[in-house]
Design a protein around this ligand. Structure first.
Ligand code: SF4
Length: 252
């Protein structure tokens, strides 16, 4: 199957079965989404959704967050990964929103990436979810699943994956494809032991195709070894039988 075919099947399958895929982070405005995405780096959405209600209640606007301190914010996010750094980033990000962007989340990767705690991945999420731009954020799930399915080839960095996906996906798809890949990676194509046996897209997955070929080769090799062993055993038995016959003739 060609890469072009895999893209075609990928888009067709998920357009049909997950036409409304969205982020699992809870938020009600661009500011809250930005906070949630910054917090979600190397942490689960489930965990982030547990801490954000109290955080958003205490800091409902960028202004409220900007007026706080990392020490205070830390108390609200202590259960997420890297709480010290994230608390500093959140306060720094809020201050910049207030000082440079009138308290609004700016559009455009260039501006978004100036905010503390916002890298290319977070900026792409905001660009696609908030501003409806066709961008694809590459996190660990997107990176792994795109590679396994065979949508990317020899892409060693998130940026390389992003470029290949942007080049090959239809123009109106990257925004939602990000959610397709994340959700598939979170629930089926998990990092260790992907659930290929129940995966509905195994029929066009490159990893699955290769693993099936490898397993067929291994089976053929095991069969060959078994046959050789059986033949050796047979030869040995024939030899013993011939020797016994010869001995009985000599004795007779
Ligand atoms: S077949 Fe396996 S490796 Fe391929 S997408 Fe499905 S779970 Fe992932």
């Amino acid at each position: 199957m060609t890469k072009k075919d895999r893209y075609k099947h990928f888009v067709e399958y998920f357009s049909k079965h997950k036409p409304d895929a969205v982020t699992e982070l809870h938020y009600s405005n661009p500011y809250e989404l930005l906070v949630a995405v910054i917090l979600s780096a190397q942490c689960t959405d489930k965990r982030i959704n547990q801490v954000t209600p109290a955080l958003f209640e205490r800091f409902p606007t960028p202004g409220a967050l900007a007026a706080s301190t990392p020490e205070e914010v830390f108390n609200y996010i202590r259960s997420v990964s890297y709480p010290n750094n994230k608390a500093k980033h959140l306060v720094g990000m809020a201050k910049m929103l207030v000082e440079l962007f009138n308290g609004e989340v700016p559009s455009g990767l260039e501006y978004l990436q100036k905010l503390p705690g916002v890298g290319r991945k977070t900026a792409n999420v905001i660009a696609s979810v908030v501003f409806d731009e066709q961008a694809i954020a590459v996190d660990t799930h997107v990176f792994r699943v795109a590679n396994r399915i065979g949508l990317t080839t020899s892409a060693r960095t998130p940026l390389a994956v992003e470029k290949q996906l942007m080049k090959n996906l239809p123009k109106d798809v990257p925004g939602i494809a990000h959610h397709w890949l994340i959700l598939h990676g979170r629930y089926i194509c998990v990092a260790r032991n992907p659930k290929c046996e129940i995966c509905p897209i195994s029929w066009f997955c490159k990893y699955y195709e290769q693993s099936q070929t490898e397993s067929a080769l291994k089976k053929a090799e095991a069969l060959k070894v078994k046959k050789v062993k059986e033949q050796k055993k047979k030869n040995a038995l024939n030899k013993i039988s011939r020797e016994l016959k010869k001995r009985s003739v000599d004795e007779g």
